[in-house]
Design a protein around this ligand. Structure first.
Ligand code: DGL
Length: 280
């Protein structure tokens, strides 16, 4: 009989963005099976209240746990920022969010002790990156700013477009002053816009993409819990969305850097019978 180590890793996000995190997990842990849930019917989370994001995140997590996972990754920065303690308390599986691994990486990277954080309004308002940074590296000075227009620009595929550069300059031109040498890309979409963000802040500022640190945190946690898949069979990769899958597929393949097959649309509304998958 297959052990727990053969169960997939569950990953959820408010929609497409978490595929940038899944992409790095696939690269770093190629033997692991994964189940991804994009809550495309209720995206965006970044402009919603912590109470609403908490409710949605709990629905998503329960859906994945019911399918049988060995570890949950909350790929969405906004959800990680507001709901991680509640998920850790509620669920029987280990949970990895994106905030702490990103903050740890930034704390290790900065020399000046001045770190920037950009993200959705929800993530920035929560102050969670700041709290994590101060816990890991007391005395760190944190500059923070929401950059909401980056999300549609990334989905549009405008990573090198002049409009993206103009928007990045508008948000960030004065941001790198005051000795900031490290900038946390605190939103799933922002790694897509690295070319524009880099130009706006200058090459001397190190950009921290939480995804790499998350994959490292997942690998460490699986190892510690003796849950690493031995890789004795091909990994299974499943994708679920809560709205029709066409846009998820088109934009998602770019974010994931790979083809996406067999996306299933599900209704995870707790008032309806669970796990009714529509195969598309
Ligand atoms: N995935 C979200 C995040 O990382 C960005 C998109 C949204 O607002 O839902 O915060």
């Amino acid at each position: 009989m297959m052990g727990q180590d053969h169960l997939p890793i569950g990953v959820f996000d408010s929609g497409i963005g978490g595929l940038t995190v899944l992409r790095v997990i696939h690269q770093a842990l190629p033997a692991e099976s994964t189940i991804y849930l994009g809550d495309t019917a209720r995206v965006p989370y970044g402009t919603k209240s912590p109470e609403v994001v908490t409710r949605y995140a709990l629905n998503n997590a329960r859906f994945l746990v019911e399918r049988g996972i060995k570890l949950l990754v909350v790929a969405c920065n906004t959800a990680s920022a507001v709901v991680l303690p509640a998920l850790e308390e509620e669920l029987d599986v280990p949970v990895v969010g994106v905030i702490r691994p990103g903050a740890r990486k930034a704390a290790e990277t900065t020399r000046s002790g001045v770190v920037g954080v950009i993200g959705t309004e929800g993530t920035i308002m929560s102050g969670s990156y700041e709290r994590a940074l101060l816990e890991i590296r007391p005395g760190t000075r944190v500059h923070k700013r929401p950059c909401p227009l980056f999300v549609p620009l990334a989905e549009e595929g405008w990573e090198n477009h002049p409009v993206s550069l103009t928007v990045a300059q508008e948000y960030l031109h004065d941001f790198a002053s005051g000795g900031m040498d490290t900038l946390i890309l605190g939103c799933t979409h922002y790694p897509v816009l690295i070319p524009a963000i880099e130009k706006a802040v200058g090459a001397k500022v190190a950009l921290v993409d939480s995804a790499t640190s998350v994959a490292e945190a997942v690998a460490q946690k699986l190892g510690r819990l003796d849950l690493t898949c031995p890789g004795d069979g091909p990994p299974v990769r499943e994708f679920f969305v809560t709205d029709v899958p066409q846009r998820f597929q088109a934009v998602g393949e770019r974010f994931l850097g790979a083809r996406i097959f067999g996306i299933k649309q599900v209704d995870i509304d707790p008032h309806k019978p669970p796990n009714q998958a529509v195969y598309c």
